[in-house]
Design a protein around this ligand. Structure first.
Ligand code: GLN
Length: 230
């Protein structure tokens, strides 16, 4: 049984739970979503984490009373290989943790850098993650011995046939293009909108508000690949 911790700090949480449970079914993983509200829930029985979007300042304040954010950061220090997906405000918490902690993702991020709430938008972005086939099983995008990228046969209706991913940007932050010290996994034109630093993935958009589950599948696949000592 995989246990995915979902930080119930504030913001878009329930959509993440739905997304994880639906892709878990497709991937045939047994998954329990643990709604994290108090620091003492963060223990070794949690295999991966989701830090949702919302309002990062409110999250930092909300987390103070139950010590949740500190416990999340301590858990990440104790289990550096366990995967974490941070979306939007969650990406801010990963790349700019307060309390004099070093960033968990080596990238510079600016809050609200697309403008105000009404400048929120939706746009197709390019994602470099494994695709899913019709049964939700991930298909590696790495070229085979002939240098061919494997075809995705029979895409499910709710998956995109190409790499285009519906990016939903809500008062989103922006990564500083000259401050990227990790792998780029999502782009909106020239703009970098998703990065991965080892076991941590941060995106400035909201994948949980779409039916494309590639990021949630990534989290579960990373958990499945953990070794007992991780
Ligand atoms: N503007 C928010 C912040 O700076 C992030 C927006 C979001 O998560 N949708 O915290």
């Amino acid at each position: 049984m995989m246990r995915v911790g979902l930080a119930m700090l504030q913001g878009a949480r329930h959509e993440h739970e739905e997304a994880i449970l639906s892709i878990a079914k497709d991937l045939q993983h047994e998954v329990e979503v643990v709604q994290l509200r108090k620091g003492d829930q963060l223990d070794a029985s949690i295999h991966g984490l989701i830090l949702p979007g919302g309002e990062s300042t409110t999250m930092r304040i909300a987390a103070r009373s139950e010590g949740l954010l500190d416990a999340i950061y301590n858990w990440m220090n104790d289990h550096p290989n366990r995967p974490v997906l941070g979306t939007c405000a969650g990406a801010i918490l990963l790349s700019a943790p307060s309390n004099e902690r070093a960033p968990y993702i080596n990238v510079q991020i600016s809050r609200n850098a697309w403008g105000r709430q009404r400048q929120s938008f939706e746009a197709d972005i390019e994602v470099e993650l494994e695709r899913l086939n019709s049964s939700g099983v991930s298909v590696p995008r790495t070229p085979d011995v002939f240098g061919h990228t494997p075809l995705v046969v029979g895409d499910a209706e709710n998956q995109n046939s190409g790499d285009a991913f519906p990016g939903v940007f809500i008062r989103a932050p922006r990564f500083e293009s000259d401050g990227i010290g990790c792998e780029v996994i999502a782009r909106l034109g020239e703009e970098i909108v998703g990065v991965r630093d080892g076991s941590k993935c941060a995106v400035t958009f909201h994948p949980e508000l779409t039916n494309d589950r590639r990021f949630h599948a990534w989290l579960l696949n990373e958990i499945a690949a953990l070794s007992p000592t991780d």
